[in-house]
Design a protein around this ligand. Structure first.
Ligand code: ACO
Length: 416
């Protein structure tokens, strides 16, 4: 057939059912087990409900990297080592300054910041070392970016100084991040972050640290399986996480909650009635309700409850805005009712992103930092999966069914 013949484009949606790789086993892992029917998640054998609210993030990272919780000395060593690596390479700061001037979205800023970490890992062949450096540098990069874009002083002093980083000692990730985020010592009351705020953020980071062979983790594994490095794997994984069907959902989920609160107020209706009108209109427009539905879970995502309880504990201790928590629960139950009408056979339930939105907002983070925060937590899982993949040492290279045209013949441009 000539290339000039009119052919209808192949319908890529009339596809083999494995087009989204549903149900395809592409790896073995000891890192996390996701039971979608029962709504259970375990990390290296620990139920997420037990591990996430109790462990420090460094304990979870150690568990994923080595399959063991650290003893006291090992935990001390890991924290001291991460503290030593917690500095911002000049190339990273340079990029962040350009990005802030161009008002680049934080997730894009973090992705490219991750790529610049190669200046720290150049010549470091041990992927475990590369993993530690990424875990230490990325929170500093993200906090710095937030300070730069909100204009804390000049670009130069918005970046944390040597002394400021030194003063963090071997603080855990959440303490270090929140301290840096709150601003340079001169710009604030020098209060350390509230312990319950640190606990809530740590619980969040632990909750999202790993989750089977999700899209971004698969991306990381594919990258290292080619013999590439950790920096490339994490950079690619951040790119995969960014999409609204994966880690980009909580910002829009919060937007919906805030729009419902504002709309109910403006129209003098009660929030339940307004939520129903708002969510029905979204579904009628063919839009998805963000924070609901999951490729694997057919019941409520167990992480939603862990984050709901973390939000409850934090708001209880801080005397924060419990009205949003009440609204979230109301919106959740309305959304679930509408989704069961909309897709009765699909079993659409609340996923991790709905309560992520609520929790991170209540911790004072702007909504476009939600996906980058997810990336900070998931860096532990991505790098652990990458290490696991390196143990297998096998290239990941699936096949595709070709459904295009055959036997076309070349014509010069003028003859087409
Ligand atoms: N709202 C409305 N309808 C939905 C939703 C939703 N949240 N989720 C799925 N559906 C519908 C789809 O439109 C589709 O309908 P169709 O068959 O008429 O086309 C049907 O349910 C099946 O959806 P799929 O996209 O095939 O299911 P998949 O398993 O691929 O999707 C996903 C999972 C992407 C998470 C989906 O539920 C979704 O888009 N949710 C909203 C975004 C979101 O919350 N993402 C975060 C996920 S958690 C995470 O990644 C950390």
């Amino acid at each position: 057939m000539s290339d000039t013949a009119t052919v209808s484009a192949p319908d890529l949606r009339s596809r083999p059912s494995s087009n989204g790789l549903e149900g395809v086993i592409a790896a073995s892992t000891r890192l996390s087990r996701v039971d979608g029917a029962a709504g259970r998640l375990t990390l290296a054998g620990f139920a997420i409900e037990e591990l996430a609210p109790k462990a420090s993030f460094e304990e979870v990272a150690h568990l994923l990297w080595t399959d063991r919780l650290p003893n006291t000395a090992e935990l001390h060593d890991l924290r001291a080592d991460l503290a030593r690596r917690r500095r911002l390479p000049a190339a990273t700061l340079d990029w962040l300054q350009h990005a802030a001037a161009a008002e680049v979205a934080p997730m894009d800023a973090l992705r490219t910041a991750a790529a610049t970490v190669c200046v720290e890992t150049a010549g470091v062949s041990d992927p475990r070392e590369q993993a530690r450096t990424l875990l230490a540098v990325l929170p500093v990069a993200l906090a710095t970016y937030e300070r730069l874009r909100r204009g804390d002083g000049t670009a130069k002093n918005a970046a944390p100084s040597e002394e400021e980083l030194e003063a963090l000692g071997d603080a855990d990730l959440a303490t270090g991040f929140l301290t840096l985020l709150d601003g340079p010592p001169s710009a604030k009351s020098a209060q350390p972050p509230h312990p319950e705020r640190v606990r809530a953020l740590t619980t969040y980071l632990n909750t999202v640290a790993d989750h089977g062979l999700n899209a971004s983790t698969f991306t990381a594994r594919v990258i290292v399986a080619t013999g590439s490095d950790m920096v490339s794997a994490v950079t690619g994984a951040i790119g995969a996480l960014k999409g609204p069907l994966h880690g980009g959902a909580p910002g829009p989920a919060l937007d919906d909650l805030l729009a419902i609160a504002a709309g109910a107020n403006a129209s003098n209706s009660d929030t339940a009635t307004y939520a129903e009108t708002y969510l029905r209109a979204k579904l009628a427009r063919g839009e998805r309700l963000m924070g609901f539905g999951h490729r694997v879970y057919r019941v409520r995502d167990p992480r939603a409850e862990v984050l709901n309880e973390a939000a409850e504990a934090w708001l209880g201790s801080a005397g924060g805005d419990r009205e949003l928590l009440r609204l979230a629960r109301e919106v959740e139950s309305t959304a679930l009712r509408l989704l069961s009408e909309h897709k009765p056979d699909r079993k659409l339930h609340t996923n991790v992103e709905f309560y992520t939105a609520l929790l991170l907002h209540s911790l004072g983070l702007p909504s476009d930092l939600f996906a980058p925060m997810f990336a900070l937590g998931r860096t532990a899982g991505w790098t652990a999966h990458a290490l696991e993949q390196l143990e297998y040492g096998r290239l990941i290279r699936p096949s595709a069914t070709y459904i295009g045209d055959e036997g076309r013949s070349w014509q010069p441009a003028a003859a087409r």
